[in-house]
Design a binder for this molecule. Structure first.
Ligand SMILES: C[S@@+](CC[C@H](N)C(=O)[O-])C[C@H]1O[C@@H](n2cnc3c(N)ncnc32)[C@H](O)[C@@H]1O
Length: 231
């Protein structure tokens, strides 16, 4: 979701559903199931262009995508030689990823419905962990999940997070619950690159990305892009 103009316009993170306050009586799994099952498809199904830019330079190996949604990033990774696994709390979302992988004959793309708040990865087991827009309008222990995920990365491997750093440009009065979810990339780098001697911060920056508002006007997103390499 930079560098690929067509995709940048199509991938509509920051859509109207992300503005709404979540229904408080729903658990996270119910919330996300309801969101995915209410539409034929939420995201574009394409790779986030920033992810393709960053990961395109890495030697393929094994990867895990956290909050993979319908699997656009996982499918791209599999197409580019990775043994790519996608994890998401929504069975409907991972089912769409699985169906697309089968359709494209991508056996190296696998998916599992997983509540990452309760997930314990095997230490030193993967070469790459990715998390694109792993932000939720309902409860999500993002920092703790990313810390556990970092422990799963082998020496020489990478952690790549791409996140909303600000509400979209067309949000005049963004609600507090949306602002609270925005990611400060420098803070996230400090929180995740621990112990500091074990991690190199390769990228920790904000990137602007053209987008189209829900009513069709041109605008932009600001993405927080973090790339850590385990020494
Ligand atoms: C904004 S979407 C991003 C989807 C995808 N990465 C993309 O770029 O299109 C956030 C995703 O996080 C997932 N998610 C939220 N809480 C989760 C949890 N506790 N465990 C696993 N996935 C979760 C949601 O189901 C949703 O697919």
């Amino acid at each position: 979701m930079t560098g690929h103009p067509q995709h940048a316009v199509e991938h509509q993170h920051g859509d109207t559903a992300e503005y709404r306050a979540a229904e408080p009586s729903l658990s996270p799994v119910e919330h996300w199931e309801q969101r995915y099952s209410g539409l034929e498809r939420i995201w574009s199904g394409k790779v986030n262009a920033t992810l393709a830019d960053v990961v395109g330079e890495f030697e393929p190996g094994t990867s895990i995508d956290l909050g993979c949604g319908e699997g656009g990033d996982v499918l791209w990774l599999a197409e580019h030689g990775w043994q790519a696994r996608g994890l998401d709390i929504s069975e409907t979302a991972v089912g769409r990823g699985r169906a697309e992988a089968a359709e494209r004959g991508l056996e190296q793309a696998t998916f599992a419905a997983t509540d990452l708040d309760a997930w314990q990865p095997e230490p030193d087991s993967v070469d790459l962990v990715t998390a694109s827009f792993f932000q939720s309008e309902v409860a999500l222990e993002r920092r703790e999940i990313l810390r556990r995920a970092a422990s799963a990365i082998r020496p020489g491997g990478h952690l790549v997070t791409i996140s909303h750093a600000a509400p979209p440009s067309w949000a005049d009065h963004p609600p507090a619950h949306l602002i609270e979810r925005m990611i400060d990339v420098r803070t996230e780098a400090e929180q995740l690159a621990r112990p500091v001697e074990d991690w190199a911060v390769e990228v920790a920056e904000e990137r602007r990305r053209p987008a189209v508002s829900p009513d069709g006007a041109p605008g932009e997103h600001v993405d927080a892009v973090l790339v850590l390499r385990r020494r």
